[in-house]
Design a binder for this molecule. Structure first.
Ligand code: ADP
Ligand code: MG
Length: 239
């Protein structure tokens, strides 16, 4: 496994946000983590990135327990995080935003920039523009592009479709598919459960800080409980 979470507990003060979760991702997979607001999805990603340290359990990345590591050390090992709400630097240019993602290897970023501009041609067209002048969809592309600048082996995406129009959401999901095709493993947190499950190989459902379902994505798409709770469909009447 490229990433394994074992019995992971994370607290905010006395309140447990993750109550001993387990999750694993193999090299090359897209795994999606679904759940309602407040379920603990962002906390899971922030823990993997080293932004929160667990009170119990292990986070093993490629054989190394990273649970107590600092964020820049986790990033240096090959984990990159595109955060919820995008968090781009609005006054800095598109180019400067991308360079921030590569801050550990300032010398040799040309080929990473080329890869980002190939995936997101619009960022190449707007590279001198301040990030804050981009549309919501373009800002999301910039957030993902910035995360790719550190050449991650594992890319964490926190709600990349949030607040975007359906056409742009489709474009973002198609780019996520292309990123995986270049060999990057992806953990995708989404509220847009239908599209996430269509894209992913496997999925986990998080409720109140606990994993309540784990299965192949195509099976979760068919599961009546998932359909009712996360795909916005009424349960079939029992006869
Ligand atoms: N910085 C924080 N301080 C205190 N509680 C927090 C903090 N961040 C998140 N929480 C709580 O932890 C739980 C999980 O939050 P979060 O991981 O953001 O969920 P999700 O991303 O699934 O919406 C929620 O109950 C939330 O209110
Ligand atoms: Mg969240």
């Amino acid at each position: 496994m490229l990433l394994e979470l074992e019995d992971l507990e994370v607290r905010y003060g006395a309140i447990p946000a993750l109550k001993g979760i387990g999750l694993e991702i193999a090299q090359g997979e897209i795994v999606t983590l679904l759940g309602a607001n407040g379920a603990g999805k962002t906390t899971t990603l922030r823990s993997i990135s080293g932004l929160h340290h667990p009170t119990r359990g292990r986070i093993v990345f490629d054989g190394t327990d990273i649970a107590t590591m600092a964020p820049h050390d986790v990033m240096a090992l090959g984990v990159s995080h595109s955060p919820e709400g995008r968090r781009i630097f609005g006054r800095m240019s598109v180019m400067e935003n991308l360079e921030m993602g590569a801050y550990r290897r300032r010398g040799a970023i040309r080929k990473d920039l080329d890869r980002v501009f190939e995936l997101f041609p619009v960022l190449g067209e707007r590279k001198r523009q301040p990030g804050g002048t981009l549309s919501g969809g373009e800002q999301q592309m910039l957030a993902i592009g910035r995360a790719l600048m550190s050449e991650p082996r594992l890319l964490l995406l926190d709600e990349p479709s949030m607040g975007l129009a359906p056409l742009i959401v489709r474009e973002i999901f198609s780019i996520i598919r292309q990123i995986r095709e270049t060999g990057t493993t992806i953990l995708l947190v989404e509220q847009n459960a239908t599209q996430a499950l269509r894209l992913a190989d496997r999925g986990y459902v998080l409720e109140n800080g606990a994993i309540v379902m784990a299965d192949e994505a195509r099976r979760l798409l068919q599961d009546p409980r998932v359909r009712e709770a996360y795909l916005g469909e009424a349960a079939a009447p029992s006869t």
